[in-house]
Ligand binder design. Structure first.
Ligand code: ATP
Ligand code: MG
Length: 200
């Protein structure tokens, strides 16, 4: 499996807000698969998002920059927030491949998202564009239909029940988000009054 090509992890997400679950997942996958870099890609307008009000892309982008700044292997890309319209993974991967033709891409996604992969746009093209990595909690095996053999690698991540939904709910209710998200993100949320009065 050593091609000599740089191995680039791609962590797509709404990151509304980015939390320690995302960061641990990226770090764990990077260590297990020997990735050289993980690029976090905040979505523009997500296609399969259940919550109605998604925070402005620029806030989500900046929180992701703050959260990843200390890690020399973590970077953040604007490809999705700078592309007008709904974000589809096929476009994310096409843009990153054009920017980084020398790299092999590893698209990292949670088990919840990968289970819905059949509904993704151009799903048949995706398999050639990147290796897919599904992060699961220890003890939870993934059951995937309609996926070519070997297309998805499973990586167990220490149980993390942190979700952005819960962080938003807490911020709206004035409950603490300390230690669920990086300190700088706690301060960014407070400074800009994000999620205040929101009932998701
Ligand atoms: P929301 O609660 O709004 O759905 P979220 O916490 O799932 O938000 P997203 O931005 O939707 O965050 O997630 C981006 C990616 O990170 C997805 O692939 C998702 O499955 C994965 N992910 C989210 N939370 C965790 C977690 N605690 N551990 C590992 N992966 C996670
Ligand atoms: Mg989610």
């Amino acid at each position: 499996m050593t091609t000599g090509r740089p191995r680039l992890g791609v962590m797509g997400g709404t990151f509304d807000p980015v939390h320690h679950g995302h960061l641990v997942a990226a770090s764990e996958v990077a260590a297990r698969l020997g990735l050289d870099e993980v690029v976090f890609v905040p979505t523009g307008r997500p296609s399969l998002k259940e919550h109605a009000v998604v925070t402005e892309p620029e806030h989500r982008y900046l929180m992701t920059v703050i959260a990843t700044a200390a890690n020399p292997r973590f970077t953040v890309s604007r490809v999705d927030i700078d592309r007008p319209g709904t974000t589809y993974t096929v476009d994310t991967l096409a843009d990153l491949r054009a920017e980084r033709p020398e790299a092999d891409l590893y698209f990292i996604t949670g088990a919840d998202a990968i289970a819905k992969i059949a509904a993704w746009k151009d799903v048949d093209r995706l398999w050639d564009m990147a290796q897919f990595v599904a992060v699961t909690r220890p003890g939870h095996r993934l059951s995937l239909d309609d996926v070519p053999p070997g297309a998805v690698t499973e990586v167990e991540v220490p149980a993390l029940s942190i979700s952005s939904t819960d962080c938003r709910r807490r911020a709206a209710a004035g409950e603490p988000v300390w230690y669920l998200v990086p300190d700088g993100v706690v301060q960014y949320i407070a400074k800009h009054g994000l999620y205040r009065g929101q009932d998701d």
